[in-house]
Design a protein around this ligand. Structure first.
Ligand code: SR1
Ligand code: MG
Length: 395
């Protein structure tokens, strides 16, 4: 149940920080320069920097969807889920998670490390920088979260308790609607270039594709393997170099929930697809080749890390053969989720800049290529190899 609270502003933040010793110990509240930089769909994000160059980030949930306005209310309790997701990520994989500085539950404000030395991965992909190592790091991040919140070390009762503590119902409902339902019905959120109307009608009429989407939705609704990020697209990853150190940092786990681990892998695969289609549309051959290697990087990072953690598992009942079976299931599910995640960005709410910022003369074609590949992935998920997913976009 949420309560009334005041949205922060650049003007109110110095006093807000001054009232909280754990924050005023990190930045000087008397000399703050505050900039609002939130560019996502949901929240306010402030970078607060003092005259010594020390900085922190404050992220506040609004009681509605920022990209849509107050007409689409959304519980700010999602910040509580995000704060838990951040703590879990930091504990499972400190090297790929931001440092959290605290959570103010009364005002739905998360304080955390300032990552402004890094850049959002999607923006980097859009300007032709693939950051291949980030794909491996993201795969490892997913495996570490699985290992520390899933059945390798926790017994089912512990997982059930954790799951009950973090239902994140409102956010899961958004995903169910935007990823699995709305793209396939008439809905005011949907839009597409006129030239792809026929293709979308075909996709919607394809019984095998639709059955695949329904299977994904069932898996999303009923599987609770571990804590998953829940929205792990390339806009949820920061990349670059910070004080001479290469970093990949997974941010924004406000959609986190106990779900199928393949959902996070699929989110990345689907977003690599839109990045590859963008590169192809712009004739960027070298960049396209680098993007084509990203799914393999993520899969190998995930597999390598999970094998390592498997060898250290404490659960006595898990057999090695079951790990191999699990990889087969995860691979198929991830490719199928990837199809859903790419298709929703072409049809429904919250489109992606990779495609939306393309010149008019290639935009509709790019949407069509994404949709054709999404269909191919869904129909062939069992046979496809993640390392070859983007090899032939015209197949
Ligand atoms: C109403 S939220 C729209 C989208 O933004 C987030 O990044 C998620 O992908 C969500 O589906
Ligand atoms: Mg986000």
């Amino acid at each position: 149940m949420s309560h009334v609270y005041e949205p922060l502003t650049a003007a109110t933040i110095p006093a807000y920080i001054a009232r909280q010793p754990h924050l005023s110990a990190r930045v000087n509240a008397d000399s703050l320069d505050v900039t609002e930089v939130g560019d996502g769909n949901l929240n306010l994000v402030f970078i607060c920097r003092d005259d010594l160059g020390q900085s922190i980030v404050l992220k506040q949930a609004l009681p509605y969807v920022r990209a849509a306005g107050e007409g689409w209310p959304l519980t700010p309790e999602r910040a509580t889920a995000e704060a838990r997701g951040l703590r879990a990520g930091r504990s499972a994989s400190p090297e790929t998670s931001p440092e959290p500085y605290g959570y103010d539950e009364a005002n739905y404000v998360i304080a955390m490390e300032d990552l402004s030395a890094l850049t959002v991965w999607r923006e980097e992909l859009n300007v032709g920088h693939a950051h291949g190592d980030a794909s491996d790091q993201c795969g490892r991040h997913i495996a570490r979260l699985l290992a520390s919140t899933g059945p390798l070390d926790l017994d089912p009762a512990e997982i059930r308790v954790e799951r009950g503590r973090l239902p994140n119902t409102a956010m899961c409902e958004i995903t169910e609607a935007l990823v699995f339902t709305e793209p396939y019905i008439d809905h005011e959120h949907n839009s597409w270039p006129t030239a792809v109307g026929g293709l979308i009608a075909e996709l919607r009429a394809d019984a095998a594709y639709r059955a695949g989407v329904e299977r994904c939705k069932r898996t999303f609704l009923t599987t609770a393997e571990c804590l998953v990020h829940g929205d792990l697209h390339t806009g949820s990853v920061m990349v670059g170099t910070d004080e001479g150190v290469d970093r990949t940092v997974v941010i924004d786990p406000e959609f986190c929930f106990y779900g199928p681990v393949a959902f996070d892998l699929g989110a990345l695969f689907g977003n690599y697809l839109v990045a590859a289609v963008r590169a192809a549309a712009l004739g960027q051959h070298d960049h396209r080749a680098a993007v084509q290697r990203l799914p393999g990087g993520t899969w190998r990072g995930f597999e390598t890390e999970l094998r390592t953690r498997w060898a250290q598992r404490s659960s006595p009942t898990l057999t090695d053969h079951s790990l191999e079976q699990w990889f087969v299931d995860i691979r198929r599910q991830a490719i199928s989720f990837g199809a859903c995640k790419a298709a929703r960005r072409m049809i429904g709410f919250a489109k992606v800049s990779d495609i939306e910022s393309l010149p008019d003369d290639v935009h509709a074609d790019a949407v069509a290529v994404v949709l054709r590949n999404a269909r191919r992935w869904m129909l062939n998920a069992r046979e496809l190899d993640p390392t070859l997913l983007l090899e032939d976009l015209d197949a």
